[in-house]
Design a protein around this ligand. Structure first.
Ligand code: HDE
Length: 693
């Protein structure tokens, strides 16, 4: 073990000489620093016991182990955190005094935690779910947390319904399942009784809820926030993260299989990208608007189930986020990081969105439960990088203990004082009204934007939404819940309602549910709501699975690898044995995966580089046949040698029907990479999926 590793994990160890065994090896000690002689056997009376409680090392070791866990987050339990920086690329001084947005080129350290929402900490990455996208900016004027999701709207309008939506989505209290999925009665029961959720449901049934990885997702602050400029003037703002690699998702059938093949698919992807030196980047965009726009907008800007289409308020790109460092210790950083919507800096403020107001209460409360002390701000991942000066003191695990006599203010000894000019300015919004438990009428249109979202999708994306609804509702045992959802869908799109009713085998299409408010006339489709309409013409950041066997052509493999790398993509070699295959030049090519450990669902595209003998051998291998059949069914581009064709045929693919997604690699992979840039071969889905017929 190197000193570096030892010292980093044990900051208290000074490396004193009596704590060193021979050479470089440090001596194992107790938490009290006492050197340990035997870490293999407890202290016993005689070789067969009994064990003695006098063994303080054993007792302390077990005691500490027993207390390793802290409560997992009540939502967003499964997360993955990384570090990086935010760089301002355009000054926002015209609309906010927020220090981090003043100077072009300025870099601000960040910590980002991505997460799923419903699954427990040990669930899998590719659940159909919303993804959390929480960013902590360590600015010079304190920490700002933008605690967002990868979907720009939410299920509910008022925070009082949050425990209900979360209870309904998570496992049922009597049986503790189903986990990490919404395909069950309780969820759809709540949703169909809560029409305000319909817009969000369109998003969660779309491919947005099964992203290819964190690197290919957008992020949204969801609520309307405030910007406050140096003169105290306020405007409204919505925050957007745009991935530089573009958006990409997987297919549902693929997601199901990925969860089995690699439950850590998303976290591994981000870890690998950073370790391989290809850190993901996002642009930060803001939609800034004023009261006049808010008044003219047909929906309420305080309603978190509504978005503002980019066509109405264009997105201004003001910075970039680069995530280039993995954490040193998952627990210390990813588990202990504590986000809070109320962590804002001068220049950023709140609005009366009732969901945001509720969140502002909830996050501090939950951190106290999870981290056990108000001193969680002393934990390095939560500590501001700017000076912290106040008279708060003591409490469990206090690590930052001021010295000196004074602990109150005002005082005559000196110390920090408030500063009206530099301090956080709450926007002096004029508020008035009767105290009542009401929902504003302006929140009452629940279908128009749901319809707009659906109509903005390409046909294949609409098909996926229909398929997802059929899948989820088919898992509901109560037919009345299934039918109630179809009754809602009629208010969104009749075609969708009919498709889902048919998929569910409903005898008749139920009456549409009466909307709370007449639906606004058709809204114009908005291209940015679709994933596929904005596909970047690049294969950068993607991964190819190259299937080889003994006798595979070494020259083609070398040129294919070069073409993949030139595109900024990566690859993995898959072979019958992980030890590798002997290529036609006699060299042993090691593999990353054995075939059944590296199914094609783990790759964006595949290349089958087989010799005639290899093709014959793999024709007898079920995992190899699954590899190619899944790649075909998931509409992936398939590069291949001529010799691989008999293998395809034996796997069940008809050679007469091979489409433009099958590309020979004799040219060294150029045509293959060109095809990969177009994404999936969606036309194929219509031939391989009964639901499309
Ligand atoms: Fe959260 N949410 N939330 N949420 N949320 C939490 O805080 C809550 C909402 C979001 O990686 C909890 O530390 C309420 C919307 C993310 O650590 C908790 C309401 C959005 C994360 C909580 C919402 C989010 C959380 C659980 C409705 C998108 C993970 C553990 C009023 C804009 C942060 C924790 C991380 C986590 C409450 C709704 C995003 C309980 C009451 C809307 C990304 O405090």
């Amino acid at each position: 073990m190197s000193n570096d590793i030892y010292d980093r994990r044990n900051p208290g160890s000074g490396g004193e000489t009596h704590q060193r065994a021979e050479g470089d090896t440090p001596v194992l000690t107790t938490q009290q620093g006492v050197p340990v002689a035997d870490d293999q056997n407890t202290l016993k009376v005689g070789p067969r016991g009994p064990s003695l409680i006098e063994d303080f090392h054993f007792r302390e070791k077990l005691f500490h182990f027993d207390h390793e866990r802290i409560p997992e987050r009540v939502v967003h339990a499964r997360g993955f955190g990384v570090r990086g920086y935010f760089e301002t690329t355009q000054s926002l001084a015209d609309v906010t005094r927020a220090d981090l947005f003043q100077r072009v080129g300025e870099k601000t350290e960040v910590f980002v935690r991505f997460s799923t929402v419903a699954g427990n900490k040990g669930s899998f990455d590719l659940a159909r779910d919303v993804r959390g996208f929480a960013v902590k900016f360590y600015t010079k004027e304190g920490n700002w947390d933008l605690v967002g999701n990868n979907i720009p709207v939410f299920f509910i309008q008022d925070a009082i319904k949050f425990p209900d939506v979360v209870h309904a989505a998570k496992q049922a209290p009597d049986r503790d399942f189903p986990q990490a999925q919404t395909a069950h009665d309780n969820f759809w029961d709540f949703i169909t009784l809560t029409p305000e959720s319909m817009h969000m449901i369109m998003w969660t049934m779309s491919d947005r809820a099964i992203p290819r990885s964190f690197r290919f997702m957008e992020g949204f602050g969801v609520h309307t926030f405030r910007f406050i400029d140096a003169q105290g003037r306020s405007s409204f703002v919505k925050f957007h993260w745009k991935p530089k690699l573009g958006l990409q998702s997987v297919l549902w059938n693929e997601a199901v299989k990925i969860n089995g093949a690699d439950p850590d698919f998303h976290r591994r992807d981000l870890w690998d990208a950073i370790k391989l030196g290809d850190p993901p980047e996002w642009e930060l965009g803001v939609q800034v608007f004023d009261d006049a726009f808010a008044d003219s907008f047909p929906f309420d800007i305080l309603d978190p189930t509504k978005l503002i289409p980019e066509e109405l308020v264009p997105i201004r790109i003001v910075g970039r986020l680069v995530l280039d460092q993995t954490v040193d210790n998952f627990f210390a950083e990813t588990e202990q990081v504590a986000f809070c919507t109320q962590n804002v800096v001068p220049g950023i403020g709140f609005t009366n969105d009732p969901l945001l107001q509720g969140r502002n209460f909830s996050y501090l409360d939950t951190q106290l439960k999870r981290l056990g002390s108000p001193n969680f701000t002393h934990i390095p991942v939560n500590a501001p990088r700017c000076p912290v000066m106040n008279f708060q003191q003591d409490g469990h695990m206090a690590m930052r203990n001021p010295v000196g006599r004074v602990n109150y203010e005002p005082n005559s000894w000196g110390g920090p004082r408030e500063c009206p000019t530099r301090g956080y300015p709450h926007f002096p919004a004029a508020e008035a009204g009767e105290m009542r438990q009401v929902r504003s009428e302006s929140f009452a249109d629940h279908y128009s934007q749901a319809r707009q979202f659906y109509l903005s999708q390409l046909p294949v994306e609409q098909k996926h939404i229909g398929d997802a609804l059929v899948f989820e509702l088919s898992k509901c045992e109560r037919p009345d819940i299934r039918a109630r959802m179809v009754a809602h869908l009629r208010n969104i799109d009749e075609g969708l309602a009919a498709r889902v009713a048919n998929g569910l085998g409903l005898a008749a299409i139920p009456e549409a549910l009466p909307p709370a408010r007449p639906v606004v006339a058709d809204l114009a489709p908005s291209d940015p709501l679709s994933i596929l309409k904005r596909l970047p013409p690049s294969f950068r950041g993607r991964k190819v699975g190259i299937l080889i066997a003994d006798g595979s052509p070494s020259d083609l493999l070398a040129s294919l690898v070069a073409a993949i790398e030139a595109e900024g993509a990566v690859y993995e070699i898959i072979a019958p044995k992980v030890g590798g295959a002997v290529l036609d030049d006699g060299a042993l090519q090691p593999a990353k995966q054995k075939i059944d450990g590296g199914p094609s669902v783990l790759y964006d595209a595949v290349a089958v580089l087989l010799s005639p003998e290899g093709a014959e051998l793999l024709s007898m291998d079920k995992p190899a046949k699954d590899f190619i059949n899944d790649a075909f069914a998931h509409c992936k581009v398939i590069g291949h040698t001529e010799a691989a064709l008999p293998f395809f045929e034996k796997a069940g693919l008809s050679l007469a029907e091979l489409d433009e997604g099958f590309v020979g690699v004799a040219d060294g992979g150029k045509a293959f990479i060109a095809a990969c840039r177009n994404g999936r071969v969606w036309a194929r889905e219509l031939k391989t999926d009964l639901d499309a017929i």
